[in-house]
Design a binder for this molecule. Structure first.
Ligand code: GSH
Length: 285
């Protein structure tokens, strides 16, 4: 049996009694070298298996936005939760990017789906990376519980919700900040899905939280928390959060949606409410 680690440690910083670390590894499904960040709480030295929260970031982000801006480590240390922060797309000079360098397609904009269209499908398989490859690697390299929590922001909120709604046996709970919940009906989603998935809208539904929630109907059972800033400049234009609350009300699903006057789309908003999200997930992990 090969016990060699598949990870290269890039950095390690002591943080709230635990460790903030960054790793690189070769991803088979993305066909490139990837970075991810982790926060290992001090409880790692005491418990047999740590509970884990996966955090998915939004457009333009890497694995480092959340670790440096959200201020999640103090409460994660207190609750004994390990944080896993993947990157938002495949990376490397050989990976296709948007021809015009747009921020909402290509690098930094993987949308947590499996692309089917040329030239994107060669590397843009972020759904399989987040759901299969990365958890398998984390299981192999760290002592962690099998079922995880998943959360994210904006495009990452879309990723967290769609992944949780499609894999309810794998995740204990899901939460999101300003998530893109109806990408089939907003500009960010329509642009990305046309390039990555092609024109057949029937295939888009697998990556649309509103469609998935409706499909699950009475079988929906995963605890869900969504926070939305009311001064978020993308709230109306990209139809964040609200359309999913409308589906939840329609099918009588008890998800919690909270709307916060004055808060925008930034990490200042996330930093203001991340403690609530961690405590929410801790109840189910
Ligand atoms: N750069 C874009 C907006 C991109 C954006 O707001 N990205 C969010 C996620 S959707 C983010 O988290 N950005 C990185 C950061 O704030 O650290 C624009 O100019 O409109």
């Amino acid at each position: 049996m090969n016990n060699a680690t598949e990870l290269a440690e890039l950095s390690a910083n002591k943080c709230f009694g635990g460790w903030q670390k960054r790793y690189s590894h070769r991803s088979k499904v993305l066909n490139c070298e990837m970075h991810f960040s982790v926060f290992i709480p001090p409880a790692a030295e005491k418990v047999a298996k740590l509970p884990v929260l996966y955090w998915l970031s939004g457009l333009t982000c890497t694995d480092e936005n959340f670790s440096t801006k959200a201020g999640a480590q103090r409460i994660a240390a207190e609750l004994g939760i390990m944080l896993i922060m993947p990157d938002t797309s495949p990376r490397g000079e050989h990976v296709t990017d948007a021809a015009d360098g747009a921020y909402d397609l290509g690098l930094g904009a993987g949308f947590y789906l499996n692309a089917t269209q040329t030239p994107w499908q060669e590397h843009y398989q972020m759904y399989d990376y987040i759901v299969e490859e990365l958890p398998a690697l984390i299981q192999k390299e760290f002592k962690v519980k099998e079922k995880a929590a998943i959360a994210g922001h904006s495009m990452g909120g879309h990723g967290a919700l769609t992944i949780a709604l499609s894999n309810m046996k794998r995740y204990c709970s899901v939460s999101a900040f300003a998530p893109i919940v109806n990408p089939m009906e907003c500009q960010w989603g329509q642009k990305a899905f046309t390039h990555y998935l092609g024109d057949n809208k029937a295939e888009w539904q697998a990556y649309d939280s509103c469609a998935l929630m409706r499909q699950q109907g009475e079988f929906l059972h995963i605890p869900m928390l969504v926070d939305q800033g009311l001064d978020d400049n993308f709230y109306h234009t990209q139809k964040l959060s609200k359309p999913l609350e409308e589906v939840a009300l329609d099918i009588n699903y008890q998800a919690e949606f909270r709307y916060h006057p004055g808060y925008d789309h930034s990490y200042y908003f996330i930093a203001s409410f991340i403690e609530d999200h961690l405590r929410f997930h801790a109840k189910y992990l």
